[in-house]
Design a protein around this ligand. Sequence first.
Ligand code: FE2
Length: 303
Amino acid sequence: MTSKIANFNRYIFLRSFHVTNIPPCYNCSNIIKRKLHLDLQRVRIRERAQLRQQPVFATVSARTMSTLEQKSDFIFRQLLEYKSFTYTYLLADLESKEAILIDPVIETVDRDAKLVTDLGLKLVYGVNTHVHADHITGTGKLKEKFPDCKSVISKDGNAKADIQLKEGDKIKFGNFELEARSTPGHTDGCMSYVWHEKGMVFTGDAVLIRGCGRTDFQQGDSGRLYDSVHKKIFSLPSHFFMYPAHDYTGQTVSTVGEEKQFNPRLTKSKEAFVKIMQELNLPYPKQIDKALPANLLCGIQPS
Ligand code: FE2
């Protein structure tokens, strides 16, 4: 009986190959099932081909952008200093090769300078978002390495710099420019920098990913920070990428829309936000006694 069934299956198998001239299906010997398998295969092949022709609408992450730069007109690099978890940003115009560094850190100046040189860039500005308390800025040391580089910080921070910015000033590099937006509250002189053309904002410590800078020292004022963020950052288009000065959880980027929806502090009412900030009870910053005096002098440590 078994051999009769086997013979019948072999007959169907060979006959179907003879009739259709299509390579036999090894999954079954039944011609109807085999036809279904072949139809299914054809549908799958067609679907795959259609998918290949469709444009892919995906969110472009910071890391993807850095790999796309050869087809682009700009360079974007996010660099980490892992002692204070500070992000330094390298932005450049590929046509003129002019570049800027936002929030460079003294310990990683050599790394950043090498990257600038390797990429054949001309560093025009070393920009700080504010007078940092947790690390010493690298702008002073960068100026020694790149004599044409100018240091930039907000006028309200009362720190020494070649250029002191006020609200609405522009930082130009090649064909691009950043708009300076005053966002005090973490410190008096906090500035956020908006790259409108590329849909990015560099927020310093005003807004962090799902958090914000502390407001218990350096002229901190929670109510002022709340107003700054809502008026100057959350008023930007929701799709703008938001790059903070720090992240302690391994996150690299957020968007304005995400923070408006998910930031656990800044989505609250102003009164609730002020209360949260009052009750944080954070420890005294480790490097503040060394960092503040140095940062008031562009990162050159007083001897
Ligand atoms: Fe800070």
